[in-house]
Design a protein. Structure first.
Length: 165
């Protein structure tokens, strides 16, 4: 590529990120995602999903969810999602927006945790935007879900991780 831009790359991760950003800058939005599923007695299933954009200029959309499918029972007593949103790199930070019903706790300048426990449905979705600092190499979304389906059926926290290894 000869576009007059010279970049000094410090690490393999930075090189991969920079190359991807240059190649994909004119392409449609791309996403990084992961999913974990847990089978339940009676045929129901809990799915934990993590998603965020893989390329961005200033900010990156993200979404995390815990969903129950099946009809026995039709909804859980409660279902919860806990999303960990992180900017990776040296001395980086991230600003996070989230849906109104969720709570946001910043654990550090580069890590925020968004949580929502839903008592009236079969899904707990959390979503928003991450705005990482310029030194950020990549962002990640770890989505963790748990549920109390009935007094006898409980799902301990299970997670899905979308981001670089």
């Amino acid at each position: 590529m000869n576009n007059g831009i010279r970049t000094r790359l410090v690490s393999g991760a930075a090189a991969a990120f920079a190359a991807g950003a240059l190649v994909l800058a004119g392409s449609p939005a791309h996403a990084t995602s992961a999913s974990t599923q847990v089978g339940l007695p009676g045929g129901n299933k809990i799915s934990i999903n993590a998603w965020h954009c893989s390329t961005y200029v200033k900010s990156c959309s993200w979404k995390a969810s815990t969903k129950m499918s099946g009809s026995h029972p039709k909804q859980a007593a409660w279902i919860q999602n806990r999303a960990e949103l992180k900017a990776h790199g040296f001395r980086v930070s991230v600003k996070i927006s989230k849906n109104p019903e969720a709570t946001l706790t910043m654990k550090s300048k580069s890590l925020g945790v968004v949580r929502w426990k839903n008592h009236t449905a079969r899904i707990a979705d959390t979503y928003g935007k991450m705005t990482p600092s310029k030194a950020t190499v990549y962002v990640s979304t770890k989505s963790c879900g748990s549920a109390k389906v009935t007094s006898r059926i409980k799902v301990s926290e299970k997670c899905a991780y979308a981001g670089a290894a």
